[in-house]
Design a binder for this molecule. Structure first.
Ligand code: CTP
Length: 415
């Protein structure tokens, strides 16, 4: 889960930070709020604690855990946001001052930083603030706003913090996620299926579900409504995602078929069993009196194959191919045979990638013959690349995104 450290300083706009944090939590981000002393005079830390479900950090020497807090926050962050960012905080950042928890965290982090300045227009236009901002921009700090308008102090001008949704949009942009799947409902399958032999045994596979869960999580970040049909896994379901738990290939087929009609995209990341025992014993199979045991297996339904035939025009189907050698030629054969739009192929025997790893190395094949070979990367990053491939395909379809039944009503409920 992406962790956003959200700094709140003592500007009147601190109340708007609550809404920005709420929107982020709703999108499934892990948000850790750090407040300056002055910010706590404007909004109570309990408000942020209630919205995030996490402790709120305010003081340098009052840690909420065993670690040195500014370092652990700085390392945990995938992004540090400061909203509102006062002139004082910008000055401290520009000059490397570190005298409270937020400024020390900002000095210690290697994550990207986004600030949303908010202050009186004269303070904003003061050469000191302008120089500080240009120092920060040169260093790669992202800046959103301020906007023009009426200020809390009664004056008009440039200095209002931008609205919470604009902060969220900018965060998604900095994280490379954008709003690319807003208005879409997507179905993702994950994990391995289990085919029961008797009440205590099953035929399974080594899929951990991590790739499918990363796809569900990142689709949610990108604004989609997500349904995750998952085989048994030890993973926590991503927040904001509808999870349907299944066990067998037949269960998965039933749940996918009943839901996919409403979806613009289906990604079959699950490792579905290809065969299932012909007979499921009602009682535990006993060892006594047997020299050996031969199992008769029968094929399971090919879910992806069935969906390819039943799909609506414009629906995008993504398949996976877990191979054990001869990756490209098998993948090329599979995309042709399966009739999917995109096939993500990976060699599961490669060290450091595939089953149970947090990393994966894959080739993305497109139905028009294009192929993108990717480096070894975290499964979450690969998931974003897969969604980007899907979005690109939707845009290039002649009856693509424009003709999609965009579910704006649902998109709004996700916000
Ligand atoms: N799949 C499916 N239904 C099945 C088996 C697989 O929908 N009964 C899906 C997987 O989720 C995956 C894709 O089909 O997205 C390819 O799975 P894979 O097992 O690699 O392909 P197979 O067609 O089973 O080919 P083979 O086992 O011969 O490599």
């Amino acid at each position: 889960m992406a962790c956003i450290v959200f700094g709140v300083t003592g500007g009147i706009a601190a109340y708007k930070a609550v809404e920005a944090v709420r929107l982020l939590v709703q999108r499934g981000f892990e948000v850790r709020v750090v407040m300056t002393e002055h910010a706590t005079r404007l909004v109570g830390p309990d408000t942020f604690r209630a919205v995030t479900g996490n402790p709120v950090s305010t003081r340098l020497f009052e840690t909420t855990g065993p670690a040195i807090e500014h370092i652990s926050l700085a390392r945990a962050a995938d992004l540090v946001v400061v909203a509102p960012a006062t002139a004082n905080l910008l000055a401290k950042m520009a000059h490397g001052l570190a005298d409270d928890l937020l400024s020390t965290t900002l000095l210690a982090t290697r994550a990207p930083v986004l600030v949303a300045p908010a202050m009186n227009p004269d303070m904003f236009n003061h050469p000191a603030t302008q120089e500080n901002l240009s120092i920060l921009r040169r260093r790669g700090v992202h800046v959103v706003g301020p906007a023009k308008g009426a200020m809390a102090c009664g004056e008009e001008g440039e200095g209002r913090m931008v609205e919470p949704q604009e902060i969220v949009d900018k965060i998604l942009e900095v994280l490379g996620l954008g709003q690319k799947l807003i208005g879409h409902r997507v179905l993702v399958t994950a994990g391995g299926t289990r085919e029961p032999l008797d009440p205590v045994r099953f035929l399974g596979n080594r899929s951990s579900g991590k790739m499918g869960y990363a796809l569900a999580e990142t689709a949610r970040w990108m604004g989609a409504k997500v349904i995750l049909v998952s085989g048994p896994t030890a993973l926590e379901p991503p927040p904001g995602v509808e999870v349907v738990r299944v066990e067998t290939a037949e269960d998965m087929r039933r749940e996918v078929l009943s839901r996919y009609g409403d979806c613009s995209v289906l990604v079959m990341a699950a490792a579905v069993a290809d065969f299932t025992p012909a007979v499921r014993s009602e009682d535990k199979i006993r060892r006594a009196g047997k020299e050996g045991l031969t199992l008769e297996l029968v094929p399971t339904p090919d879910i992806l194959g069935e969906l390819c035939e039943a799909r609506r025009p414009g629906q995008i189907l993504v398949g996976f191919a877990a191979e054990t050698g001869d990756l490209l030629s098998r993948a090329r054969e599979k995309i042709r045979k399966k009739g999917v739009d995109i096939l993500v192929a990976n060699d599961v025997t490669r060290p450091g990638s595939g089953f149970d790893s947090d990393y994966n190395q894959a080739v993305i094949l497109f139905r028009d013959g294009r192929e993108t070979e990717l480096d070894l990367m975290p499964k979450r990053d690969l998931a974003v690349r897969i969604w980007e491939a899907v979005v690109e395909m939707m845009r290039s379809e002649p009856n693509g995104e424009g003709n999609w039944q965009r579910r704006n009503d649902q998109a709004q409920t996700t916000e």
